[in-house]
Design a protein around this ligand. Structure first.
Ligand code: 13P
Ligand code: SF4
Length: 388
């Protein structure tokens, strides 16, 4: 018994859909050639054989939200920070197969050399949050900040979960990338260089970090909505704010509510509530522990046998943690189970297809960031990688 709350018959398994063009739904056909059927009983063996025959030419990265059937073939698993570091640290690998989502593969392409190829097994593996900030919208925001007379005081900063275009914008304006495991350090860096920060695209990570870890008031934050004229904020509000939060969020983490926390505390009075900082501020305030996927894994590793945990992050990871810790009671924070649909796009058939294409001498689904964009984005990524 793992203690993991499997979905009851009345619970619905949800797949939250990415939206918009960057998610991949409009990127077109992702698998020229034959995608093996999921029912093919030889898939595991085919993946193993293909991986073995590629040997050191291949390096497979797997984000913690990937399915078990895929993660077992990863050479390294990690949060988005660790995976970016790992991609940058493997100059000898000819092919980097990224089991994750599009913005991660883009970052890997930016951080690797010209001769290395980064492959995303399914091009439809995007991220709805990353799609919430487009290049033209962010340029418009900068114009609004300039007209309000604040742009010169602002250091732009983007969460890793953003397109290469956004990272390039941030790089061109002397800003920095952050992930959920180094947002505080990146913000410290930014406030040494400017009075205000424009935080893209996840309002929750930005708000949670400045309020919980840096002692800001909620009133120090203003939310810029790219879908409204002037972002829906006045010039005075921009002048008063210490941080300008982009109105973006993760639909998967947005499902966790304070009611979920109260409900589990009622059922399990000793429970420790552990959530990802992409959850809303109210949920984070109601939780006991907050951190990135890597932090969540370490917290469970260090937990006492017999202790009880409700985890608010993507279901593939929570389910895996429950199975890895049968001596602890690990449950999913929401009663309704919910995967990240785009992370889930990378399944065993897509992985087998991508690996077998490489064995056949063809490079499938290569992710290439255009050179100028890559150069600007790299400066913002490098600043993150060299943060103390
Ligand atoms: P981390 O792995 O950086 O915690 O981020 C989670 C995430 O949302 C990736 O999409
Ligand atoms: Fe994007 Fe949220 Fe999925 Fe992460 S979990 S890839 S932020 S939609």
């Amino acid at each position: 018994m793992t203690g993991f709350d499997e979905p009851s018959p009345t619970q619905t398994a949800l797949l939250l859909l990415g939206r918009g063009s960057d998610s991949g739904s409009e990127r077109g056909v992702d698998c020229p050639g034959d995608l093996p059927p999921a029912s093919d009983p030889s898939l595991l063996e085919r993946a193993r054989v293909a991986k073995e025959s590629l040997g050191d030419r291949l390096f497979v990265l797997g984000h913690h939200y990937q399915r078990d059937e895929v993660i077992q073939f990863a050479d390294v698993t990690g949060d988005s920070f660790k995976l970016a570091q790992q991609a940058a640290a493997r100059p000898e690998a000819e092919f980097i197969v990224f089991c994750g989502v599009h913005f991660m593969a883009e970052s890997a392409d930016i951080l690797t050399s010209e001769s290395q190829r980064v492959i995303l097994p399914d091009l439809a593996a995007g991220c709805s949050m990353a799609d919430m900030a487009t290049g033209p919208q962010v340029e418009q925001c900068w114009t609004d900040l300039t007209e309000a007379g604040v742009a010169e005081q602002v250091v732009p900063m983007t969460y890793m979960n953003s397109s290469a275009a956004i990272k390039a914008f941030v790089g061109r304006h002397d800003g920095v990338v952050c992930t959920s495991s180094n947002a505080k350090r990146a913000l410290d860096w930014a406030y040494e260089r400017g009075e205000k920060v424009l935080f893209l695209p996840d309002q929750h990570l930005g708000r949670n970090t400045v309020v919980r870890e840096m002692g800001f008031d909620l009133d120090d934050c203003v939310v810029y909505n790219p879908l409204r004229p002037n972002g829906g904020v006045t010039a005075q509000e921009l002048r008063n704010a210490k941080i300008i939060l982009w109105k973006g969020h993760c639909s998967v983490h947005g499902r966790f509510t304070v009611d979920c926390v109260n409900e589990i505390r009622e059922r399990k009075p000793d429970v420790n509530v552990l959530v990802h900082p992409e959850c809303t501020h109210e949920v984070v305030e109601a939780a006991d522990y907050v951190g990135s996927t890597e932090y969540i894994i370490k917290a469970l590793d260090a937990a006492e046998p017999g202790s009880s945990w409700a985890v608010g992050t993507e279901l593939n990871l929570v389910r895996r943690l429950a199975h890895q810790h049968p001596d602890k009671d690990v449950s999913f924070l929401d009663r309704t189970v919910c995967y990240c649909s785009t992370m889930n796009r990378i399944d065993l058939p897509h992985l087998v297809w991508a690996l077998e294409e490489l064995v056949a001498g063809r490079v499938p689904n290569q992710i290439v960031v255009e050179a100028d964009e890559a150069k600007a984005a790299r400066s913002a990524l490098d600043r993150m990688l060299t943060l103390p």
